[in-house]
Design a protein around this ligand. Structure first.
Ligand code: ADP
Ligand code: MG
Length: 301
């Protein structure tokens, strides 16, 4: 098959692994720098240009769109979808997952376990939302944060109020969440491909940090997840509409609660912790499922 990968840095571990896995299986894989793609919008002829020429026909596209270029990356991906190229994850589903509030609303609608979460526009409602999530303490998050940056634990009402007011005063959108203390600075990442959990790891934060992100100095080990965690991860992927994703859960007193669903999960931590060839499984999934014109939403909706 001819596979394109939208990525800015081909030498990142995850991108290198996907390229190697594709080549090892006899496919062609071309890396397109997301920001060097141009979108030409003309009636009936959605086209993407690369280096001044229309891109050739690809059978499938792997979007690895960085958080800092979500909007542009999704527009490029949408254009590929509209021209019939099958995406590993659809632009609409990536858009859902990149907005934490939208994701929480979708998952809650389908009855999945979540930390109590609230959101308000007006700083006058600050007290109301702190109490709505049974705080203090509360966790305050930027709606579009990633890698643990922009996730704050406020232990008292006064600190919660000042953090919320500071963010809102700077016109930054946040959500406020119940602090799952019993998780003890660890979380579970379940990697889902095509409706199945193929690998799972437990991440533990650096000492004194309640955030378990590997980018914040956390460490990872393989973990056996419970059937409830497995089904939570699978259902989350299905309701978000993602073929491939990392579902992050906390072990709370009332079962697994989802913190976020990541549509471009990093492969380095999970492959190292579990010894699984996740990149190979992703390419196998593409080979089994990609068909020209099989995009469900075609970027709309
Ligand atoms: P990011 O997108 O920046 O990774 P997350 O929502 O995943 O943001 O939060 C980062 C980390 O902070 C999580 O991996 C988890 O360890 C910790 N954390 C997030 N929300 C909560 C919460 N409600 N209760 C306890 N710990 C949390
Ligand atoms: Mg996270």
């Amino acid at each position: 098959m001819r596979i394109a990968m939208l990525a800015r840095n081909p030498s990142l571990y995850s991108h290198r692994r996907l390229a190697e896995a594709a080549l090892a299986r006899g496919h062609q894989l071309e890396v397109l720098n997301t920001l060097r793609c141009t979108v030409h919008i003309a009636s009936h002829r959605p086209t993407v240009f690369y280096g001044g020429a229309p891109v050739p026909k690809f059978d499938a596209i792997i979007p690895r769109i960085g958080a800092s270029v979500t909007q542009y990356g999704m527009a490029v991906l949408r254009q590929f979808e509209m021209s019939g190229v099958w995406p590993l994850n659809e632009s609409v589903a990536i858009g859902r997952s990149r907005d934490k509030l939208r994701s929480m609303q979708i998952l809650a609608k389908h009855g999945l376990g979540l930390p109590l979460t609230a959101f308000a526009h007006d700083p006058r409602q600050t007290e109301e939302i702190i109490h709505a999530v049974k705080g203090p303490p509360v966790v305050i998050k930027l709606l579009e944060g990633t890698q643990g940056i922009g996730v704050v634990l406020a232990e008292t009402e006064a600190s919660a109020k000042s953090v919320i007011e500071a963010f809102r005063g700077a016109n930054v959108n946040i959500l406020v969440q119940e602090f799952i203390k019993e998780a003890g600075g660890t979380d579970i990442r379940a990697l889902v491909i095509g409706g199945k959990v193929v690998a799972a790891m437990k991440r533990t934060g650096a000492p004194e940090d309640f955030r378990s992100n590997l980018h914040r100095g956390g460490s990872a080990e393989v973990v056996r997840i419970t059937p409830e965690e497995r089904s939570t991860a699978v259902r989350a992927a299905r309701h978000m509409g993602l073929n491939v994703c990392g579902v992050d859960m906390l072990r709370s007193n009332h079962g697994p609660v989802i913190m976020e669903v990541n549509s471009s999960p990093g492969l380095e931590g999970i492959e190292a912790a579990t010894g699984k060839d996740v990149a190979g499984l992703i390419i196998d999934f593409i080979a089994a499922n990609a068909k020209l014109g099989r995009t469900r939403t075609k970027g709309a909706g």
